[in-house]
Design a protein. Structure first.
Length: 416
């Protein structure tokens, strides 16, 4: 009965997105990207005789979590092809050319027919769901086909449906997984409370990913010329709600400070509006020369994919999204070692909670709070910088724990 309600909800969601697609660019990408998905998938898989490992990520953040595991799997199981699917356009459009996967497509909507056809076409030998992905029909089909299924970097909270009195359908769904690797002890305890014991406390694979980022960071000469030995705050994944606080702060902070601003989404009209409100001279990265940046106080990044390397030029970082949209990746900044600032809604992010408690991160709600917290760190950033750097280092290793489970499940499958 509950599966019927679930499927009705999936069909309703599909219908809604189809209706709004002509008026909403993201909805249009979601719909268009799934059009003729079976034909596209058949064409991609044509002629393949290798076993397939399927990785699924909701969006770009989950992809970054999954990337170390994909790369480790590729190294250890070189005879496999890797299929990577995305739910969100913001993940697919940025990583559709990712060379660590052999095939990259949108995940078709989780209807019974789509799930059955998808599994029949792909014939995965193992499947990975990253962090929050729980799709009933896909998981049911994988279980029916006796395909090992792993969830990793998962995190659970008491208010989720799995732990509600009426959440039996969702609790049953978790039993489709052969193993769940979680980020914290609370998740282990919550899953144990609903009789799930195929669980490992492994931590978050993003720590492994960000440690790679530091070692492979790219030099950005224009950003280096802009810095020119000045203190810099790097503002990553900024939304309008963040800039409503940051612009007054930048306009009034008295001590020497430059800012590199990377918007979460690139919209020319929004960037130009921010520039008109800033009192310091600003330049857009795509239009600037080294002469331009030498006299600018604010450098605005109007492209995608550069942020992780930009943190090397900062002494401080502000990470956007924690006023409304959801806090973005703070670990990339933390691994470079610097005080971190973000909005007030961070309680769903374990790393943010940890770094606030340890004294390396500072949540703020308004301009005054940001000015006060920043002024204290401006005088002595080294303590917070060391804490954030050490926090990342001591949490590295989740990928190796995932691969231990993979090896166990793969060997068990060979014996069957």
């Amino acid at each position: 009965m509950f599966s019927g309600f679930y499927n009705t909800g999936i069909f309703a969601y599909q219908t809604l997105l189809t209706l709004v697609a002509p008026f909403n660019p993201k909805a249009r990408q979601w719909v268009d990207g799934r059009r003729d998905w079976a034909t596209i998938l058949q064409q991609q898989l044509a002629g393949n005789t290798s076993p397939v490992a399927w990785f699924h990520a909701a969006s770009l953040g989950e992809f970054e979590q999954g990337r170390p595991v994909m790369e480790a799997f590729r190294t250890q199981y070189a005879d496999y092809k890797i299929l990577l699917t995305f739910f969100s356009p913001s993940g697919y459009e940025v990583r559709k050319d990712y060379d660590g996967a052999d095939y990259v497509i949108y995940l078709p909507a989780d209807t019974p027919a789509n799930a059955q056809q998808f599994i029949q076409l792909v014939k995965p030998q193992i499947a990975f769901f990253i962090k929050y992905e729980f799709w009933y029909n896909y998981l049911h089909q994988l279980k029916t086909a006796h395909v090992p299924v792993i969830s990793f970097s998962a995190i659970f909270r008491p208010n989720q449906l799995f732990f509600k009195p009426w959440g039996q359908f969702y609790r049953n769904l978790l039993h489709f997984f052969d193993h769940i690797l979680v980020q914290n002890q609370e998740s282990v305890a919550l899953l144990a409370s609903i009789d799930l014991t195929n669980v490992t406390l492994a931590g978050d694979t993003r720590f492994d990913r960000v440690s790679q980022v530091v070692n492979t960071k790219k030099a950005i000469p224009l950003a280096e010329a802009f810095k020119n030995n000045s203190p810099v705050i790097v503002i990553g994944s900024a939304w309008q709600d963040d800039m409503a606080v940051l612009i007054p702060f930048l306009n009034t902070f008295a001590a020497p400070l430059k800012a590199i601003i990377a918007p979460h989404e690139i919209h020319d009209d929004e960037i130009e509006r921010w520039r008109s409100q800033l009192l310091k001279p600003s330049v857009r990265f795509s239009l600037a020369s080294e002469t331009d940046v030498a006299v600018a106080g604010v450098l605005i990044i109007d492209n995608v994919g550069m942020l992780s390397s930009l943190y090397q030029y900062g002494e401080f970082a502000y990470i956007g999204g924690a006023f409304k949209q959801g806090l973005h990746n703070i670990l990339e900044a933390a691994t470079f070692g610097m005080p971190l600032f973000f909005g007030p809604e961070y309680d769903k992010y374990q790393e943010a909670i940890d770094l606030v408690q340890e004294g390396a991160a500072f949540p703020i709600s308004n301009v005054n709070e940001l000015t006060e917290a920043f002024a204290k760190q401006y005088k002595n950033p080294e303590n917070a910088a060391q804490i954030s750097r050490q926090y990342v280092q001591r949490n590295i290793g989740a990928t190796a724990k995932v691969m231990e489970i993979v090896q166990k499940l793969m060997s068990e499958r060979v014996k069957e």
